[in-house]
Design a protein around this ligand. Structure first.
Ligand code: ARG
Length: 511
């Protein structure tokens, strides 16, 4: 009787009620509960408890009989969750309290009460968060690989399709559509690398750090980490519970992904205007106006551009939350998960929508060619030609071509008026035939002449695309391997649970 009073504080289901004589005020409960952000980590929280109890059993800290009882209760909770029969009660503060509370209802509460030996919510919460985050990072990497592949697939159709390349949003030099689209695939490749490196640091197990100082129980942290599919443990207990740089780092990666997407989104907006007219967004991904019947708006691209603010904002939110926190767990740290989940959701949805927009995008090669021809984009190549043909210093050629462009502008002639250009060159002392100019200044020919590595030349861009395809393939292999490691760890935990529930002993297993 006395025991049961000690394990179930009077009038409250709070698991930390022993020290308190009054219940928490409703206002305070509502203010401090974290069930909404925690709901995503239910599966991870249960898995964490399963691994922890197996380790306690293996280390002789709880009996095999108690382990069996705990695992049977946790298996029921897992099943209830899978069946939609387990949701979090805000009155119980967080996911950890909810799971433990449910366990106490399903099995002997005295046995259930042994689960929290050598564990704290401080190491639990950050374990759950790291586990959930690592899965989401893998999903994000997959969606990024899909977007990269879509950019390359669309680009590969247009290795020789000429469009204006811009600097300062002014026509600069002709480039190919393949070159334009594949540039974004490269930027996203660095996002892939960043996310892969972040994953390495996220995928370390804090469990066993306990409240902050470790524990006097002879636990085996490596075993818990293995069961949970982590690549290793977090070496320092105080660091493990108090640090959230992995949150800031993930949010920074997400913010950079968002910045890359926003640049592409901006070009989708710009290039689909009447003025540019180089692309048309598919009807399925364009929006209309309720008053102007003729309107077709690039809504998905605009929203992607705008949602960058969310990704930047969540990063700032997390950095500000972390700043100047004293060591160890502080309740402030509960505020790490909402920004993390929101940014993951938002950025992932942006990647998916931009992939759809790109895969259905209509390109207008005639308009691109018209723009390239009309605005002196081949002028640099004319200067390069003079360097080679007349053996003049580049600076002199730059000046000669600049003067020719100035005259043509006054005369309202394009650079493709080869007869006039030939005359103007002759006036500058250089004899170049119309025929030669036609070959040099033709936009297709300009593309063909770009031979340097990483250039817009047809072969160079084909080589770039090939390299990127290999990189994407490697990313996909990495992602699959990481997924498989997680699935295997989950299956291994499940095998152990089944073995114990069917009356087997831990001693029969290699843990
Ligand atoms: N809900 C808390 C969080 O999200 C869990 C850890 C609470 N620990 C504590 N000692 N109150 O961070």
């Amino acid at each position: 009787m006395i025991l049961s009073i000690m394990t179930t504080p009077s009038g409250s289901e709070k698991l930390w009620g022993g020290r308190f004589s009054d219940d928490l005020a409703d206002l305070a409960v509502q203010f401090s509960e974290s069930t909404q952000a925690d709901r995503r980590m239910i599966a991870e929280d249960i898995w964490g408890s399963q691994a922890h109890s197996i380790m306690l059993g293996a280390c002789g800290i709880i009996s095999q009989a108690d382990l069996r009882v705990i695992l049977s209760g946790l298996a029921q909770i897992r099943q209830q969750f899978a069946d939609g029969q387990f949701d979090l009660d805000p009155q119980l503060e967080d996911v950890h309290m909810n799971v433990e509370n449910r366990l106490r209802k399903l099995v002997d509460p005295e046995v259930a009460g042994r689960l929290h030996t050598a564990r704290s919510r401080n190491d639990q919460v950050v374990t759950d968060a790291r586990m959930h985050l690592r899965s989401r990072l893998l999903t994000l990497r997959q969606t990024l690989a899909d977007l990269q592949q879509t950019l390359l697939d669309r680009g590969a159709e247009h290795l020789a399709t000429v469009m204006p390349g811009y600097t300062h949003t002014q026509h600069a030099q002709p480039i190919s559509v393949a070159f334009w689209l594949s540039s974004y695939a490269w930027a996203l490749q660095r996002d892939q690398q960043r996310l892969a490196q972040t994953y390495e640091r996220v995928n370390r197990c804090p469990l066993g750090a306990c409240a902050l100082a470790g524990t006097s129980f002879p636990i085996d942290r490596q075993m818990t980490a293995r069961l949970l599919g982590f690549a290793g443990v977090m070496e320092h207990a105080l660091d493990a519970v108090g640090s959230r740089d992995f949150v800031a780092e993930s949010l920074a990666d997400l913010a950079i992904v968002a910045s890359n997407l926003s640049r592409l989104a901006e070009e989708l907006v710009l290039f689909s205007t009447h003025e540019f007219g180089m692309i048309e967004i598919d009807d399925a991904y364009a929006t209309g106006s309720s008053i102007m019947p003729q309107k077709k708006n690039p809504g998905m691209a605009e929203l992607t551009r705008a949602k960058t603010g969310l990704a930047y904002g969540r990063l700032m939110q997390a950095l500000t939350m972390i700043k100047a926190l004293p060591s160890g767990y502080n309740r402030d740290l509960q505020e790490d998960k909402p920004p993390l989940w929101e940014s993951l959701d938002s950025v992932e949805s942006c990647v998916r929508i931009i992939t759809a927009v790109i895969s259905t995008l209509k390109l207008r090669p005639e308009r691109m060619a018209e723009l390239v021809k009309s605005n002196y984009a081949a002028a640099t190549e004319l200067a390069n030609f003079l360097v080679r043909e007349c053996n003049l210093p580049f600076r002199d050629c730059h000046r000669i071509v600049g003067q020719i462009v100035s005259t043509l502008l006054k005369e309202q002639r394009p650079l493709t008026d080869y007869r006039r250009v030939s005359e103007l060159l002759a006036e500058a002392g250089q004899q170049i035939s119309e025929q030669q100019l036609a070959e040099v200044l033709d936009a297709q020919a300009v593309l063909r002449r770009q031979v340097s590595q990483g250039s817009t030349g047809v072969e160079a861009t084909a080589a770039t695309i090939e390299k990127l395809r290999q990189a994407i393939e490697e990313s996909r292999n990495e992602i699959a391997a990481a997924h498989q490691a997680l699935t295997q760890a989950r299956q291994r935990t499940e095998q152990i649970i089944q073995h114990i529930l069917q009356g087997g002993e831990l001693a029969d297993l290699k843990l």
